[in-house]
Design a protein around this ligand. Structure first.
Ligand code: GLC
Ligand code: CA
Length: 541
């Protein structure tokens, strides 16, 4: 079945459309070297557009990079790494994507560069070099120790001593990723030019990497120790992050002015439709997080909220997060939900295989923009990686393994004679796009059905959200309403059959069950939910 796409053509397409994250190394190898590339993305645009029905792709970095941090260590912001193609390949990708009705968002990494970037090579060459101040260089303390106590991802100091010029430089991530000095106007101008470069080519927006990091305390004060240190079990990137309270190394209010400027640039390109700013904003106090929308909603359209990735898979916990989110949002600010990305364990591994279908229904029926990580539509789990196969020092490879296209060798990710850069799982012959497309009740077909339903439903796209109190533990239900259309979503996250009573609701029609095997009239007073089943019910009257 090919889905008919209704062009939404609306200005604020980003409120209603599904955004699909592609990790370019892992999507599809189009030139046979075992590494995914832009050719492979072009090949599969019809799948994304016609089969899945998403609205926009977001490409993780494809820029020239020594690849110490999966491409987030960039040595040239305005080019394509030869592994992925070249600028001409990217131009064809844009043209083709647009032809298929898809928007293209790309990653923008403002906080740091690779140490191989010519700017840093120049900056580290001499204290007197004009680009010295483009990065953050500081003298040691009088006893020779690092300028302050800030720690990076792994718990080591953010400061790296450079013997040759007798100063430390700051790196919030790996030693090979020096932070740019955004307080220097020339850096700011150069980085804004990077945005213009891609906007001029025709990209439709950006996902901004670690936006909370670009401005630090100008006095470089020590972070206080955390009196109640508690490790975040979902966070593979920052195993020792919790030992300090990160008061001074991030979230300096001066960063908002930068995002206002970036938004102005994006807005200047927004003609018929908006050019969109998404942000990898970290989970933090609501007050701090909400500021990323901008005081006059003049910063991020979609600051990601990652709380769902870190919420235990329990009805009560999920519901309470969604409600808090809804309550905190100021008028006009638009929510968004994320269940997975290239940094965190995949949902099927994190929450169990039985969570996959309910998660699909949740993500695609809540009020807010859904972002879908490639492979989640198949219910792909993390794939174990042996120490010999390991690429990422922080252990994020299992989440970044090749997309599973068909039952051919290497799951059709690369030609049979090539070796995929990360392994495919042993059961790829049963879990892949081709097999699931032909299995009527597959996870992929559930995603397709939900995306298609959502596209056509005013209630789901833009309608209001109201949760319904239920006495059954393990169940979560809510109503979405717009223009007389009422959709009830009832999710049973428990391993027992449950009968819920939604007594003030009248008759309804099950439009989608997560098992894809029920379409029937129901009595909302006695709604039977099988274990791990979710229902989307159209209400009459
Ligand atoms: C973001 C990226 C992650 C990367 C880090 C440093 O968190 O998602 O993959 O390691 O930034 O750029
Ligand atoms: Ca390739």
């Amino acid at each position: 079945m090919i889905m008919r796409r209704e062009a939404t053509g609306s200005r604020d397409w980003w409120r209603t459309g599904v955004i699909y994250q592609i990790y370019p190394r892992s999507f599809r190898d189009g030139n046979g070297d075992g590494i995914g590339d832009l050719f492979g993305v072009i090949e599969h645009l019809p799948y994304l557009s016609e089969m899945l029905g998403i609205e926009a792709i977001w490409l993780s970095p494809f820029y020239p990079s020594p690849m110490r941090d999966g491409g987030y260590d960039i040595s040239d912001f305005t080019n394509v790494d030869p592994t992925f193609g070249d600028l001409a390949t990217f131009r064809s990708l844009l043209t083709e994507a647009h032809r298929h009705g898809l928007k293209v968002l790309i990653d923008y990494v403002p906080n740091h560069t690779s140490d191989q970037h010519p700017w840093f090579v120049a900056s580290r060459s001499a204290r007197s070099h004009p680009l010295r101040d483009w990065y953050i260089w500081r003298d040691p303390r009088p006893d020779g120790s690092a300028p302050n106590n800030w720690v990076e991802e792994t718990g080591n100091s953010v400061w790296e001593w450079e013997e040759r010029t007798g100063q430390y430089y700051l790196h919030s991530h790996y030693v090979s990723q020096p932070d740019l000095n955004w307080r220097n106007p020339s850096v700011r101008a150069a980085m804004i030019d990077v945005l213009r470069f891609w906007l001029d080519l025709g990209v439709d927006g950006f996902r901004i990497d670690v936006p909370h990091l670009i401005m630090k305390d100008p006095q470089w004060r020590d972070n206080p120790p955390n009196p109640h240190p508690q490790a975040n079990p979902y966070d593979r990137q920052h195993p020792l992050f919790h030992t300090q309270l990160h008061v001074y190394d991030r979230q300096h209010p001066d960063l908002h002015e930068v995002y206002r400027e970036i938004r102005t640039v994006l807005d200047s390109y927004s003609g018929e439709y908006d050019h969109v700013m998404m942000g990898e904003t970290e989970v933090c106090a609501w007050e701090t997080w909400l500021r990323y929308y901008g005081q006059d909603q003049d910063e991020f359209h979609l600051p990601f909220h990652f709380q769902l990735i870190e919420t235990p898979w329990q009805a009560g916990a999920i519901r309470s997060f969604v409600e808090t989110f809804e309550q905190h949002l100021p008028m006009g600010a638009w929510p968004n939900y994320v269940l997975g990305n290239h940094d965190r364990p995949r949902l099927a591994t994190r929450c169990g295989a039985e969570a996959v279908r309910i998660a699909a229904m949740l993500l695609l029926t809540l009020r807010g923009t859904p972002t879908l990580y490639y492979g989640e539509e198949l219910g792909m789990p993390d794939v174990p990686v042996t120490p010999q196969q390991q690429q990422d020092p922080l252990g994020r490879d299992p989440t970044r393994t090749p997309m599973l296209w068909n039952a051919e060798p290497h799951a059709g990710f690369c030609p049979p004679q090539a070796r995929p850069w990360l392994p495919v799982p042993s059961d790829y012959r049963t879990t892949n796009v081709a097999t699931q497309l032909s299995a009527p009740h597959s996870t992929l077909n559930l995603y397709r059905r939900l995306v298609a339903y959502r596209r056509a439903s005013e209630a789901l796209c833009t309608g209001t959200y109201r949760s319904i109190p239920l006495s059954q533990e393990g169940c979560y239900a809510y109503l979405r309403e717009a223009k007389g259309q009422r959709v009830l979503v009832a999710l049973n996250l428990s391993a027992q059959e449950q009968v819920v009573s939604l007594s003030d609701l009248r008759e309804g029609w099950v439009a989608i069950s997560t098992e894809l095997d029920r379409q029937e009239a129901i009595d909302p007073n006695r709604l039977l939910l099988r274990k791990h089943e979710g229902l989307l019910v159209e209400l009459r009257g």
